[in-house]
Design a protein around this ligand. Structure first.
Ligand code: UD1
Length: 361
């Protein structure tokens, strides 16, 4: 079976890497071609992850780069269609909810090539998120839906997806977490930043709903200014967030004494910071899941989440973008009001192996 495994943006790599590794174990049955769309292209958004997750150079690099949604999705579709018209895979595996995911699955399905969606079925029910549209479209045209939790199964069934297409396999991103756990502790990032284990907050922000609107963005930084008076705050900054900080004339926040803003970090450094943080503030999807597995408190700065299991079972809480609410929840956690959680079913390091077992069948 010839499989194209698609990656394009940063959160794809940790999900694809364990699947690639498992496929490599069966060279007689599977030939896997790694395809990178070029949605993310910086060393810090791409190459460092390939090295740290031990992925080889992609066999195909589409090199599409940044652009508006329609433009980026369209460019990926045009470039990927050319590739598979020449050399047709039997199955295209896509992951998550980024533009590369929906673009490649659309191209494949129109050429009657089977599509497998890793991390299918998640729903925020917030149609203003580009990712929600990507999820719904990808799920609706996929032949194999590999889900991370049972609420995803239920979402798919409710949308009329045939039960035989749905496979609950667990969370492949957590496979990467467990696989590289010993390496995280080799990271020197805490010494480099001059911080101590358990004595800092880690924050990430990049969602358009938080960083594209002046008032919300400013409110979030005002809150960080107050929080950093009590505890160091580490902020590895996404390129989009840095761009908006300059655009809104908010550069002075870069100089707060206890707010340490860094470039985007590699996987090992970032996971080390996450693992040892007192608290994580984020609007990312994957980080809600990783903190749940690491048992680290997480406040999600969004009004909704497509990963409710991290709230029901894990350490996550939704606080939205209201500055006072974020501040109060943060202080409560620093004062010891910590939510304990458990690790969801099948988030055990073997999700990719389950995916391969299904492909074998
Ligand atoms: C994308 C995903 C989002 C995911 C995020 C993780 C979509 C719709 N969104 O959002 O779900 O959480 O990746 O990072 O697919 N840029 C660089 N260097 C890069 C890549 C981007 O500087 O290597 C800058 C460009 O100015 C670009 C902006 O970041 O316009 C946004 O990049 P883009 O890929 O469009 O979306 P993300 O916000 O990264």
């Amino acid at each position: 079976m010839k499989i194209d495994l698609i990656v394009g943006a940063r959160p794809n790599y940790m999900k694809a890497a364990p699947v690639f590794r498992e496929l490599q174990k069966c060279p007689a049955e599977f030939h896997c071609r790694l395809v990178h769309t070029g949605q993310h292209y910086d060393e810090k958004m791409k190459d460092i992850f390939f090295r740290e997750l031990e992925l080889p150079e992609p066999e195909i690099y589409l090199g599409v780069g940044s652009g508006r949604h329609g433009e980026q999705t369209g460019k990926i579709m045009i470039a990927y269609e050319r590739v598979i018209l020449k050399d047709r895979p039997d199955l295209v595996l896509v992951a998550g909810d980024v533009n590369s995911t929906v673009a490649c699955s659309l191209v494949a399905v129109k050429l009657h090539i089977k599509v497998g969606h890793i991390e299918g079925g998640l729903r925020s029910r917030d149609w203003s998120m580009p990712e929600e549209i990507n999820r719904i479209v990808t799920d609706s045209i996929s032949d194999y839906l590999f889900t991370t939790c049972h609420d995803a199964d239920e979402n798919l069934l409710r949308e009329g997806i045939a039960p035989e297409k749905i496979h609950f396999v667990g969370n492949p991103m957590i496979d990467s977490l467990y696989h590289y756990l010993p390496q995280f502790d080799q990271s020197q990032i805490q010494a480099q930043l001059g911080i101590q284990k358990g004595d800092y907050i880690l924050i990430t922000l990049h969602r358009p709903s938080n960083v594209d609107q002046d008032e919300i963005f400013r409110g979030l930084f005002d809150t960080l200014e107050r929080i950093q008076e009590r505890i160091p705050v580490i902020f590895p900054m996404h390129p989009r967030t840095r761009k908006m900080l300059q655009e809104f004339g908010m550069g002075h926040y870069l100089n707060l004494p206890n707010l340490k803003i860094t470039e985007p970090l590699g996987y090992h450094d970032f996971m080390k910071l996450q693992k040892d943080a007192k608290l994580v503030l984020t609007d990312s999807g994957g980080i809600q899941e990783e903190t749940t597995v690491l048992g680290v408190p997480c406040l999600t700065l969004r009004e909704n989440t497509e990963r409710p299991i991290t709230i029901l079972e894990g350490t996550n809480e939704l606080v939205g973008s209201d500055p006072q609410k974020i501040y109060e929840h943060t202080m409560a956690i620093l004062d010891g009001q910590i939510k304990r959680g458990k690790i969801p079913e099948f988030w055990d390091g073997h999700a990719a192996a389950r995916i391969i077992a299904i492909l074998f069948r």
